[in-house]
Write a protein of this length. Structure first.
Lengths: 205, 205
């Protein structure tokens, strides 16, 4: 008996063949071939913005033009920003926030920054050359009522058919979740902060 | 009364000042300044590999050399791969898998591919110039017992002090979670597949 015909190998092959049949049937059942997705990354865990930047990286590999608007962070994300400088032809990056809200302690200034960011977001969403727009930490701006929720959701829902939009931030509003095609919640199972380790350059900023 | 002195603005400022004090105290309490982290992205949701590629993007912005080993996927991830070609000086990419396991249905071939990938992973982890190693879908290889769990966990725990490692894939083994510094679980709240939309080029591959 060759290893390929061992009972274990046969069982594995059978199981995987079944799995493949399920997978193929699922793929075949999809009827809408191309649709710009509204994606939301929320939850208390790490990786919400990071996964959005991963989407940007993938999109760049397909030669897509991408727009990024940061609603809240300011000094943060220097790593991504510097890396994306190698794609000057494809990336349009706008940081409108001036730091975390608990750094500024000025509601009026934060609200004005959020409004300016939203204006830029609408511009990018209207640009027919842009295929992916990341609205980083938009959820925070919505949570603090810096922007009118119904107007924002309506604009996202009414996006151009081929435009993909990724929204990040904790506490996504139910109305936004309702409007989204794909919602992922990042949950923290374990964090090195609890073990007394500082935020790590290159990994967290 | 100027808007900056309205009761609402004062309340907001006070709340944010308290939040900042908590935040500052938390940062000050961290005693381990630099440590290579073992990060695990698991769970049934989207974004596990994508967030790992986002980490790579951030690391590249800091000028770090990064290694990527794909344990299972083959034809997948063409977008990231093409985008990372703009960093030939910093990226070392290795795809050892030959497609999802339910595509191949050949346990012996998959196990051999996983072993070859693990050898490459150990090489990258030993290279003092590499600061971040992504072991994409290693969890799947462990789940199917293609690799000895205890040996893999021991090697990850015994990594060089400054080396960051990100491991992705569903169903992370408890032993790996135990050894990790940071574990994030991606959960699916909503998925467009359910609404009959096909996997979208540029977003999902």
């Amino acid at each position: 008996m060759t290893p390929e015909n061992s009972p274990e190998a046969l069982r594995h092959r059978e199981k995987m063949a079944k799995r493949k049949a399920v997978q193929d049937a699922e793929v075949a059942s999809k009827i809408i071939a191309e649709k710009g997705l509204l994606m939301v990354h929320t939850g208390p865990g790490k990786g919400k913005s990071t996964a959005a930047f991963g989407l940007v990286l993938r999109a760049l590999g397909h030669g897509w033009r991408c727009g990024i608007v940061q609603f809240i962070k300011g000094a943060w994300d220097t790593g991504e920003r510097r890396a994306l400088e190698r794609f000057p032809d494809l990336i349009s990056w706008h940081t409108m926030g001036e730091g975390f809200t608990w750094e500024t302690q000025d509601r009026a200034r934060d609200a004005a920054a959020a409004k300016a960011a939203w204006t830029k977001a609408r511009e990018l969403m209207a640009d027919p050359d842009v295929k992916l727009v990341v609205l980083d930490e938009l959820n925070i701006a919505l949570r603090y009522d810096y922007l009118p929720l119904s107007e924002v959701v309506a604009a996202l829902q009414g996006r151009r058919p081929g435009l993909h939009v990724a929204v990040t931030g904790r506490n996504a509003k139910p109305e936004l979740v309702e409007a989204a095609d794909l919602v992922t919640e990042m949950n923290l199972v374990k964090h090195h902060f609890k073990a007394g380790v500082k935020a790590q350059e290159g990994i967290e900023f």
